[in-house]
Design a protein around this ligand. Structure first.
Ligand code: FAD
Ligand code: DLZ
Ligand code: SF4
Length: 507
């Protein structure tokens, strides 16, 4: 056997770059369920079940396609199992002449792999991950010499490169971005089909039993597992989304609702990030819906921007700024993560809903992540690293390359404004405008101070006051600081006292 090819749990794609570097006659593939990957953060039970079941199905598909595969289940790799240990075993057994791997999505693993050539006395080739549209070099070229790395300009490059929604070198509809049309409030009674639900097969049921037994203490419910775990099922979920939700995707992208966990969101990140769906193909499928006249331009453009814009851009930032990015804490926030992030036990209806749904589904949509759990942590001054670990653990789509820039950069301003031009701070009025949570809350969204007042209200101004020295000169924060300056001294005092009382109790 000449090549040993290690395939990771988020590399479940048939045309992986490492596979294209070899062929079936000279390769031995290796996939391994190992505690090191399953426990480096306390992953949600559904995330673990998805990872192991999708890996097992992909292993079976590779074998069926004629590849020689060693597949190690968690039961075999034991409590101390690690990828390096499984590679060592396979090297002993098969005596390969080189090790091939597609670049992992996390820096810690890439660093480790860079030490393997010496450790195993074997050439190790780390192949670029060609499932992304922009290579590291392309992103670096785009970023070189720019004072600000704004997603919008990167996105336009990606539109030009892919030709998506382009007509003769210009954007379809004469505009690159239709975001301004995508902030509609939800009409009363508007309902959504929700994502495609796939019934667990025997493999998934086995894995659910394994996770239940081995990860009993982890967060999350295992009941009602409905994720797709094969490429075919994920394609069905994509087609279901294109038909039922994409037409509404743009309009209600920023909305939140008690009775609608998914709204018109695609719930496809789980599949794209694991390799079950190809992101470019998904974006092309959305474009085809627009061209066929089945979805409006603002919907197709909105989805395509998320996939070829944001998704690619955050990956570029991650690899450019690692190592070090995950340690950033520009606002010096040091509060521990409140315990209710793991239980959902809080009187704040909005957070209770977002965290409760996270416990049940291992999913929350973007605005819930950004404007509820993210904004609350920002206002309360939670240590970004504690929050980063939480997001990485609790969402089924979470891998560091995509989670860290969203958490540390977009949501917590911990990178000092590299990713977002101002902090995503907001008071209860924003949540009330974009959702119906406040109607069912123990707190009063219109009250600014005191025991009954919405905590987002006084925490917002307390945050503004705490960071005045740093943020006042930011032009986008100017109007906010002018409002703060105009406020009566008594009002300011009451705000800060309410915040102090609340935060003391939180501890
Ligand atoms: P949709 O709303 O249907 O969007 C379509 C697709 O666009 C998504 O599937 C995703 O691939 C892509 N996308 C949209 N927004 C972003 C974004 N900001 N960054 C990267 N890709 C994006 N996304 C993850 O995939 N993994 C994470 O671990 C993750 N952590 C996040 C943490 C925080 C604090 C925040 C604010 C956002 C995070 N996101 C993460 C981005 C975004 O919230 C999710 O991609 C989205 O909610 C996934 O659900 P969906 O597939 O229904 O998305
Ligand atoms: C997420 C995950 C989990 C839970 N388990 C495994 C595993 O046992 N074996 C494996 O190869 N990959 C797993 N993964 C995905 C990896 O964590 C992922 O490949 C790295 O974080 C790099 O993105
Ligand atoms: Fe959330 Fe405040 Fe509204 Fe309650 S009143 S749901 S805490 S925003």
């Amino acid at each position: 056997m000449r090549d040993l090819v290690l395939i990771l749990g988020d590399q479940l794609s048939p045309n992986l770059s490492s596979l294209r570097r070899t062929d079936k006659s000279r390769a031995r593939l290796l996939m391994a369920e190992v505690m090191e990957e399953a426990a480096y953060v306390p992953h949600h039970k559904k995330k673990l079940a998805f990872a192991f079941s999708a890996m097992r199905h992909h292993g079976a598909a590779l074998k069926k396609a004629g590849w020689q595969l060693t597949y190690r289940k968690l039961e075999e790799t034991g409590k101390e199992g690690s990828l390096a240990r499984e590679v060592a075993r396979a090297v002993q057994e098969h005596r390969p002449q080189r090790l091939l791997v597609t670049e992992p999505g996390e820096y810690r693993l890439k660093k480790e792999m860079e030490s393997w050539a010496e450790r195993f006395s074997l050439p190790v080739e780390i192949c670029p991950d060609t499932r992304f549209i922009a290579s590291h070099e392309e992103f670096a070229q785009w970023a070189a010499g720019r004072k600000e790395l704004r997603m919008e300009y990167f996105y336009r490059e990606m539109r030009r490169k892919t030709g998506l929604l382009m007509e003769g070198g210009a954007p379809c509809g004469g505009k690159w971005n239709f975001d301004a049309e995508n902030r509609k409030s939800l009409p009363k009674g508007q309902r959504f089909a929700g994502p495609q639900r796939t019934a667990p097969d025997k493999t998934t049921r086995d894995v659910l039993g394994l996770v239940d037994k081995r990860f009993a203490a982890n967060m999350g419910s295992l009941s009602n597992f409905w994720f797709a775990v094969t490429r075919k099922e994920a394609e069905k979920a994509r087609d279901h989304f294109l038909k039922t939700a994409l037409p509404l995707f743009g309009d209600y992208q920023d909305a939140m609702a008690r009775e609608e966990r998914f709204l018109a969101h695609s719930v496809l990140s789980i599949y794209m990030n694991a390799g079950l769906l190809d992101p470019l193909e998904t974006a092309k499928a959305a474009e085809a819906e627009y061209k066929a006249g089945r979805v409006p331009l603002n919907a197709a453009e909105g989805l395509i921007r998320q996939i070829i814009g944001w998704r690619e851009y955050v990956r570029g930032i991650y690899w450019q700024r690692m190592p070090g990015y995950t340690d950033s804490n520009a606002l010096g926030a040091e509060r521990p993560l409140p315990g209710f992030y793991w239980t959902g036990e809080t009187q704040m209806a909005c957070l209770k809903a977002a965290i409760g749904q996270t416990i049940e589904e291992a999913y929350a949509h973007h605005i819930q992540r950004l404007m509820l759990t993210g904004t609350f942590a920002l206002l309360a001054g939670v240590r970004p690293q504690a929050l980063h670990e939480w997001y990485l653990a609790v969402y089924a789509d979470a891998y560091e390359w995509v989670e860290a820039p969203n958490t540390l950069g977009m949501s917590q301003y911990a990178d000092g404004g590299l990713l977002g031009s101002k902090p995503y701070a907001a008071s209860g009025a924003y949540i009330n405008r974009m959702s119906d949570y406040c109607k069912a809350c123990a707190y009063k969204v219109k009250e600014k101070t005191g025991a009954q007042a919405c905590p987002f209200n006084y925490l917002y101004w307390d945050f503004i006051a705490r960071h005045e020295a740093r943020l006042k000169s930011n032009p986008r924060m100017g109007p906010i600081y002018r409002n703060w300056a105009r406020m009566e001294a008594d009002q300011k005092k009451a705000i800060r006292a309410s915040a102090r009382t609340f935060l003391e109790k939180l501890a």
